[in-house]
Design a binder for this molecule. Sequence first.
Ligand code: FPP
Length: 244
Amino acid sequence: MRHDPANLPRHVAIIMDGNGRWAHQQGKPRIMGHQAGVSSVQAVVRCAGELNLDALTLYAFSTENWQRPGPEVEGLMGLLKTYLENQLEQLVQNRVRLRTCGRIDRLPNQVRRILENSIRETAGNDGLILNLALSYGGRDELVRATRQLAARVAAGELTPEQIDESTLAAGLDSAELPDPDLLIRTGGERRLSNFLLWQLSYSELYFTKTLWPDFGREQFLAALTDYQQRQRRFGRVNEPPADT
Ligand code: FPP
């Protein structure tokens, strides 16, 4: 079955899991799995752009990932930096606009600088929004948004009664993006791992055993086709009640 170009998700979010296991299967060090994963990132970004999706959010580094061994963290930061350096031209050419969510302030200075530069250079683009979740945790994001609201209440700008879903959502890192319609997780696990806890409330979930380095255009299109078989009800009933 092929995907229907008229019924595509606007925003897809991906938990790119399985790099370590892929490397292990090949008898290679873990970082080689992450390196192979960069090719999958390129394939999926290109495909999402060609399909004219509005946004693609990639979980590239979580708040918990800081606890990995130092060399792996350094390796991942290095890959991110190289990706941004090598891909900037391509991103600009493909009209991709880069943005991030998460604690960018915790990234090494060198990575942060190149990231900020790439965001600036792509700011005027009107194609796919590529949202990289970096040093990101869903709970951390909610705590930060709550703190902002508490500060506004303390300053007398807002009453507790004025806090509703929209005031809280406005304080989230990805406030300007629509909620993801589809979440893809590769690597066989079926959990959210602290990713976009607020935004995924009504997203369709797609889990595949394919390890991230083996995930490319074909697997991405298969996920979109699967999404198109779903009936999204957002907590409502599908049909109006029949007259009795
Ligand atoms: C999870 O696999 C993956 C990560 C923690 C990092 C993902 C990073 C990349 C794909 C490369 C850099 C990203 C960009 C955007 C250029 P894992 O290590 O947990 O795999 P495992 O569960 O098999 O051990």
